[in-house]
Design a protein. Structure first.
Length: 308
């Protein structure tokens, strides 16, 4: 069990950096699933005991998980904290007997895009096996398990946060009154963001087939009778006759065909009109009038010449 005062102190410190870590994570890291090839260093400020000045540590964050889970499946991310590659390390301040066990209590920032799991500061804990340690011996830190169940496809990010280390009696569930060994908070949010695990939840496979259709064999008739087959009556198909009526066009007149009726549009077709007498009668009448006038003129001229 954990000390309530220490837990509140860790939660407050972690909540102060949660928003910054989340913003750096989604702004700088592409949304793809990845498994860390090696533990990532993250700077922490750790206070030894209940009080004291914080000391910087470069701890190794090792967060692993499934590469491509499917929706509605159980996703388990593993968070292990390794000792720094170089000193200083988290050491036992004094000898730890086998009757004591090391307890880890930490905060992991879980975010999702879209919201396929609750985005929250997840509190996780673990207990190491009871191992006797001498003073100033490196602590064997336990491993935490973070369980999630995504509801749809998307990307889940698991980012390390603050944590505390405590001693508990090895016998029984623990009273929560053990000694505080270290209280650690993240000193570099960008490093914590870079150490985050990204898990891509992919859709379930539609099937396990190869996608190549298998041809269906043609059935072989089992009747081997070689006798003469009885004639089978065949019903003739009905014949449908479609009658199409065409509109006949008037025959075109030939060149030597006479026009029986003078068309009404004389000016545009070259034909004469139907109204009035024949033109030859008019011309004949005019000629007679001209001849009469000429004869009358000659008679008058002759009379005038005789009088003179």
């Amino acid at each position: 069990m954990l000390k309530s005062k220490t837990r509140r102190r860790v939660a407050v410190k972690t909540a102060a950096i949660a928003a910054v870590c989340g913003g750096l994570f989604f702004g700088a890291v592409p949304a793809i699933a990845s498994m860390a090839a090696a533990p990532q260093p993250v700077s922490y400020n750790c206070t030894a005991g209940a009080a004291g000045a914080p000391t910087p540590y470069k701890l190794q964050m090792d967060i692993t998980g499934p590469l491509a889970p499917t929706p509605n499946s159980t996703v388990v991310a593993t968070w292990a904290i390794r000792q720094p590659a170089a000193s200083p390390s988290l050491l036992a301040p004094s000898a730890i007997p086998v009757t004591e066990r090391l307890v880890f209590d930490g905060d992991a920032l879980v975010t999702a895009n879209p919201s396929i799991v609750p985005s929250e500061l997840r509190t996780v804990g673990a207990t190491a096996a009871a191992v006797a340690l001498t003073a100033n011996a490196p602590l064997q830190l336990p491993t935490m398990m973070i369980t999630m169940t995504p509801t749809a496809t998307g990307v889940i990010a698991v980012q390390p946060g603050a944590f505390g280390l405590y001693l508990e009696p090895a016998a029984g569930p623990g009273s929560g009154n053990g000694a505080t060994l270290y209280d650690c908070t993240v000193a570099n949010a960008a490093e914590a963001s870079a150490a985050a695990l990204l898990i891509t939840v992919k859709p379930s496979a539609a099937g396990t087939g190869t996608g190549t259709p298998t041809p269906t064999p043609t059935p072989t008739p089992s009747n081997t009778n070689t006798g003469t087959a009885s004639p089978t009556a065949t019903t003739p198909e009905p014949t449908i006759t479609v009658t199409q009526t065409k509109t006949s066009k008037p025959a075109k007149p030939t060149k030597d065909r006479q026009i029986d009726e003078t068309p009404g549009g004389g000016a545009s077709t070259g034909g004469g009109g139907d109204a009035g007498p024949d033109a030859r009668m008019i011309m004949l009448g005019g000629a007679l009038m001209m001849a009469g006038a000429a004869a009358g003129g000659l008679v008058l001229r002759r009379r005038t010449a005789t009088r003179g």
